[in-house]
Design a protein around this ligand. Structure first.
Ligand SMILES: CC/C=C\CCC/C=C/C(=O)SCCNC(=O)CCNC(=O)[C@H](O)C(C)(C)COP(=O)(O)OP(=O)(O)OC[C@H]1O[C@@H](n2cnc3c(N)ncnc32)[C@H](O)[C@@H]1OP(=O)(O)O
Length: 210
């Protein structure tokens, strides 16, 4: 899936709604077993996603914010595989929801949950997704300081799984997905993934009740 919402693939209500509808269609397509998500913006260095659309959160009605928030959570529940350039905040969440993260090895790119740098708080399910990926201590430091990591640092703490030269990102992503798809039985993989996320999904469900 190619993301192309200039200038920076910011996650607006319209963009996220379209993303979720596209994912739903793919989920219903029995021939589709995996997804690579990438940015085809023409800017250099390339942005994967600038995160939540800041304008979507400013001066809007509570109903609009509620609708926006619901679709952000929907996006979190659905994702699978990714490859990328710069990924701050919601862009980082988008990639954290994937099974495998391949980042272009260009020190001009950064990834991380930088919310505190903006004076906002990363929601608990952003935080939990980060803890599940890089552990509690790394998350504690990363979130409190709002750190954005360069590729080598991101690899070191496990925030991304692999660095590759920029022109090879898609090829390596395709090869990696081919390997993941050799695991037999869609059901066992999906069930394993659901089990890993079970407690967390339950927590999010409880959170939405209060
Ligand atoms: C209800 C919600 C409550 C709490 C939410 C808490 C969770 C929040 C999660 C978030 O995701 S908040 C968003 C955080 N995002 C960022 O901090 C990213 C900010 N942007 C950047 O760092 C950079 O723009 C960049 C993505 C690295 C790209 O840099 P580049 O130099 O290539 O572009 P430039 O900075 O000139 O930007 C171009 C253009 O895009 C606009 N822009 C950038 N980011 C956003 C965004 N997140 N939302 C909306 N618009 C964005 C920027 O203003 C420029 O616009 P202009 O050309 O009109 O000036």
């Amino acid at each position: 899936m190619h993301m192309q919402s200039p200038p920076v693939n910011s996650l607006s209500l319209d963009f996220l709604t379209e993303l979720c509808i596209s994912l739903e269609k793919l989920e219903m397509d029995k021939g589709c077993r995996g997804l690579i998500i990438t940015s085809v913006l023409s800017n250099q260095p390339k942005v994967f996603s600038a995160g939540l659309d800041i304008l979507e959160m400013y001066g809007k009605s509570p109903e609009h914010c509620g609708e926006f928030w619901k679709v952000v959570q929907e996006m979190w529940l659905k994702f699978y595989g990714s490859n990328m350039g710069s990924s701050p905040a919601g862009g980082c969440l988008l990639s954290l929801t994937c099974d495998y993260r391949i980042m272009a090895d260009n020190p001009r790119y950064t990834i991380g949950l930088n919310e505190t740098q903006l004076g906002i708080v990363a929601p608990f399910w952003f935080k939990e997704t980060m803890v599940n990926t890089v552990g509690h201590r790394n998350t504690e430091v990363a979130l409190q300081l709002g750190l954005l990591y360069k590729p080598a640092e991101a690899l070191k703490i496990g925030l991304v799984d692999q660095l590759v030269p920029e022109d090879q990102v898609f090829t390596v992503a395709s090869q990696t997905m081919t390997k993941w798809l050799t695991i037999p039985g869609n059901v066992s993989v999906i069930t394993t993934k659901s089990t890993l996320n079970l407690l967390f999904s339950f927590q999010l469900w409880c959170f939405n009740l209060v």
